[in-house]
Design a protein around this ligand. Structure first.
Ligand code: F6P
Length: 343
């Protein structure tokens, strides 16, 4: 049995831990493992290499992915899926392990429906895959947001400023709400709940009037201000899956807050820092368990399935089931995140 493994979409801390776990579990079964470079692109370009226990020996604590990644959609061209099947055949790859978010796993599901033997492992720092409570990379990202808030609080207090922190989160506010809650933010803004800048300013003023002279506002990149022109994006282009490049709401919001309240305001855009750093304990263990569970799916011939973590238990489901619906923020967390700041 020859297993191919690839990572697709945005990288997230814990990918290497998952690759290592897939390798180790597969080698224990006597399988061969090949790495596919740069996600689906590697199969389009026949860019694969043999993995060995030595290749993965020291990668557990490293962020990024030793396989490389890309946002390649093979279904963008008529011959993409056929080229992938050709590479799998000529390289003797019997089954694929696709590690990725909804785009990468969506491609895996489509290939699965065409007869390709594939299993999925969910990763995305956004934590927005419907079938699983947690994805690889989320815990490390929110730890980074919490650390940033901890560092920003003292300087905000020293200067009596408003600090706006822009975090990732296109459709789901998990990173903003969990990171902001852990970091003691006063106001948390998420894509699921459109907000009014005037209302944010009113809350910040109320906080000052009660004697707290500095504030921290955490805003997800996909948040929707009702009283500003949206969407706020970096440019008009889209990626292979049709997503615009978000980013920029933080500086816009900071300027509006300063203009409307007169409070000195600064902004920090955390950006790709959230995708770096050594994975946390939670991400290392989640990724390791996912990797081993994916090989178990292969052993049981459960092709077209993905591993998941639900209700504190490892489980699995078809890719189609795992990608149906949405995994947006639990709004009780949003309420809690905003309950400690001004009302
Ligand atoms: O997919 C996760 C994500 O981190 C989003 O939150 C963000 O919008 C996007 O990736 C940015 O990715 P990149 O800059 O790599 O295109």
């Amino acid at each position: 049995m020859r297993v191919g493994v690839l990572t697709g979409g945005g990288d997230a801390p814990g990918l290497n831990a998952a690759i290592r776990a897939v390798g180790q579990a597969a080698w224990r079964e006597g399988y061969e493992v090949v790495g596919i470079r740069n996600g689906w692109l590697g199969l389009l370009q026949d860019d694969v290499f043999l993995l060995s226990p030595e290749t993965v020996a020291d990668i557990l604590p490293r962020a990024g992915t030793i396989l490389g990644t890309s946002r390649t959609n093979p279904f963008k061209t008529a011959e993409g899926a056929r080229r992938i099947q050709d590479t799998l055949r000529t390289r003797g790859i019997d089954v694929l392990v696709a590690i990725g978010g909804d785009d990468t796993l969506g491609v895996a599901a489509k290939l699965g429906a065409m007869g390709v033997r594939v299993v999925g492992i969910p990763k995305t720092m956004d934590n927005d895959i419907p079938g699983t409570d947690y994805t690889i990379g989320f815990d490390t990202a929110v730890t980074t947001v919490m650390d940033a808030c901890d560092r920003l609080h003292p300087t905000a207090e020293a200067h009596r400023r408003v600090m706006v922190v822009e975090v990732m989160g296109r459709d789901a506010g998990w990173v903003a709400a969990v990171g902001g809650l852990a970091g003691g933010a006063d106001v948390v803004l998420v894509p699921e709940v459109p907000f009014s800048v005037d209302e944010v300013c009113r809350r910040l003023k109320a906080q000052r009037e009660r004697g707290k002279l500095f504030s921290l506002v955490v805003v997800a990149e996909g948040s929707k201000p009702k009283d500003l022109a949206t969407p706020i994006a970096q440019d008009a282009g889209t990626d292979a899956f049709g997503h615009v490049r978000l980013g920029g709401i933080g500086p816009v919001l900071a300027k509006e807050i300063e203009t409307r309240t007169g409070y000195e305001t600064r902004v920090t855009v955390l950006g790709h820092l959230q995708r770096g750093g050594s994975p946390t304990v939670f991400d290392r263990i989640l990724a390791t368990r996912f990797g081993v569970a994916a090989v178990d799916l292969i052993k049981r011939q459960r092709f077209g399935y993905m591993v998941a973590f639900r209700g504190n238990k490892l489980t699995s489901m078809t890719l189609e089931e795992g990608l149906t619906g949405s995994h947006t923020l639990d709004l009780s967390l949003y309420d809690l995140a905003n309950a400690f700041g001004p009302s």
